[in-house]
Design a protein around this ligand. Structure first.
Ligand code: N01
Length: 535
């Protein structure tokens, strides 16, 4: 359809059918908007569709890593584990799609390649990989924060004739490594989960580690009737707590600062929170992300844990991080990671000291050793936060390119709108709490805000909304300033884009707390969308 047609094919084009896109389709159609959804995968699920590697699991407990918008859904769905694994989360999203009849809104196996705004008609033209186009008044990008796979240049990878598998693009039919010699490159959250599972299947496992990470246990366990009953009876309070907390989780704020209590109390608190497991560990003290000394208290606790589990002292030392305060890179979470290195067929190889030099046939050669492997698993991460949106050729009025606009770093207003790109919304976009909040909660908050905005515009006869440049500059500077007051800048993490060669160093997440952020979004809406121009 020609981009100048003043009657668009739909009100809203939605990019992505993960947690965010599915909820956007539900919410917007419930409000009477027509939508056209695009999804690269062949079904719903987003990251949970692609990341099918062994051990893939959510690091948030399922009772709060789930939708809150339907009390009936909450009551009907049962989780089998406290921290569900990928197949169960994908089943949940499939159930949501069926239950609310959402699949009909999406074209699957359809990657969006371009989105172009036409100033004359005020419409977006969205183009997919086949060249097909539709026009829409609005575009909602629900393309995800961790969906643009990173395929680093590893010496000789093209010459490796064994199987090469990326955790983030795992084969649908899975892989059985029984009797196989497997190498894993990457020890972030994906690698750590995969390593502990593959270690228990493969004949040999070689872990190529460049940087050690702090790995926290979650103490995963099956749910039980008593716990389920408690959750189901208390869902409204649990959700309310999530929406008013700093991390989108139902946890109480820390009771004290680590530096304000005695050694004995510090120790007892650390034991208590370690025992709870998962991200709750970081709620032990209030000063962990603000004070190097407080952070060090936590680091020393985990160092001692690593030493207590890993029998070979050299391996234990190698597994102990030495380049970043705990929590300033997203900590992987797993219950069996450190134990895996006690298995006789699992070997840790330090590719920081002795990098991979090349590969040939089934041989991987470092500057010190050679390994014969049947398969290589690459858990090498994502072009996070901005990658998925920048993979699309987004052009605003006058052909303004988003790639050019963000060449020196992303600018957004509240992570929801972008100056110069009218009628484009980003769900959990750059410079919003996104990955530092519990995702389904962050997603619902953003989609609800966008839906309310569109409904208000419809009611008041507005057809165009755009973030103002000064509001965007103020917000972008504020996000950087808040991060600068924390320990996060002491790491080279994907939060900063440090894992992508040439990506400008910028903290891509608002770290000032989800509840503060939500209140700010709320007051912007209540005050008539301050910082946005409506026409
Ligand atoms: O990716 P990462 P990830 N040569 O970027 C290494 C979320 N997630 O997929 O640190 C050798 O963290 C790299 O080494 P280094 C979660 O938010 C959530 O694991 O750069 N190694 C690092 O070890 C997470 O943080 C869940 O030195 C290379 C690893 O690859 C985010 O996704 C589960 C290399 C990449 O780690 C990303 O995690 C899983 C090279 N050329 C993931 N390039 C949940 O539970 C990279 N590496 C919800």
């Amino acid at each position: 359809m020609a981009a100048t047609n003043r009657h668009p094919d739909c009100d809203v084009a939605i990019i992505g059918a993960g947690f965010a896109g599915l909820y956007a389709a539900y919410k917007l159609t419930t409000l009477g908007f027509s939508v056209a959804g695009f999804e690269k995968g062949n079904d719903v699920g987003g990251v949970w569709y692609w990341n099918r590697y062994p051990g893939a699991r959510c690091d948030c407990e399922s009772y709060y890593y789930s939708y809150s918008f339907s009390p009936e859904l909450e009551q009907d769905w049962n989780w089998s584990l406290r921290y569900s694994e990928q197949p169960e989360i994908l089943r949940y999203l499939g159930h949501v799609a069926d239950r609310f009849d959402l699949r009909r809104h999406f074209r699957f196996g359809t990657a969006v390649t371009a989105a172009t705004f036409d100033d004359a008609s005020g419409l977006w033209t969205v183009e997919d990989a086949s060249g097909a186009r539709i026009t829409a008044r609005f575009v909602v990008s629900a393309a995800g924060c961790l969906s643009q796979i990173q395929r680093p240049a590893i010496p000789g990878l093209d010459d490796f004739t064994g199987e090469v598998l990326y955790t983030a693009a795992w084969p649908q039919e899975g892989r059985d490594f029984t009797g196989k010699r497997v190498g894993v490159i990457g020890t972030g959250a994906s690698g750590v989960q995969a390593i502990s599972r593959i270690a228990r299947q493969a004949k040999e496992l070689v872990v190529f580690q460049r940087t050690a990470n702090w790995v926290i246990p979650v103490w995963n366990a099956p749910t039980n009737a008593q716990f389920d009953a408690w959750v189901k009876a208390n869902y409204r309070d649990i959700r309310a707590k999530c929406f008013t907390s700093s991390g989108g989780t139902p946890f109480d704020p820390p009771r004290a600062a680590a530096l304000a209590v005695s050694d004995a109390e510090r120790r007892a608190t650390l034991e208590e929170f370690w025992g709870m497991g998962g991200i709750k560990f970081f709620s032990a003290f209030s000063d962990v992300f603000a004070s190097v000394e407080a952070n060090e208290v936590m680091c020393e606790f985990v160092r001692a844990y690593i030493r207590s589990i890993v029998k070979d002292p050299r391996t234990a030392a190698l597994l102990t991080p030495n380049d970043h305060p705990i929590g300033t890179k997203r900590p992987p979470m797993d219950d069996a990671y450190y134990e895996s290195f006690n298995l006789p067929h699992v070997k840790l190889v330090d590719i920081r000291s002795h990098p991979i030099a090349g590969m040939s046939g089934h041989t991987v050669t470092t500057t010190a050793e050679r390994f014969e492997l049947d398969a290589l698993v690459l858990a090498t991460g994502f072009d996070a936060i901005t990658g998925a949106l920048l993979a699309i050729d987004v052009k605003g009025p006058g052909g303004r390119s988003l790639r050019d606009e963000w060449a020196k770093g992303a600018g957004t207003y509240l992570g929801l709108g972008i100056a110069g790109f009218p009628n484009l919304f980003t769900v959990t976009g750059p410079l919003s709490p996104s990955v530092l909040a519990n995702m389904p909660v962050a997603v619902e908050q953003h989609v609800d805000w966008i839906a309310r905005c569109l409904a208000t515009m419809r009611e008041r006869g507005f057809g165009r909304i755009e973030a103002q440049r000064d509001a965007q500059s103020e917000w972008t500077a504020h996000v950087a300033q808040v991060a600068d007051h924390t320990l996060y800048p002491r790491s080279n993490s994907w939060y900063f884009g440090s894992n992508i060669p040439g990506k400008p160093r910028q903290f891509g997440v608002y770290v000032g707390g989800f509840s503060n952020y939500r209140e700010r979004c709320e007051s912007v809406a209540q005050d008539g969308y301050t910082g946005f121009s409506l026409s």
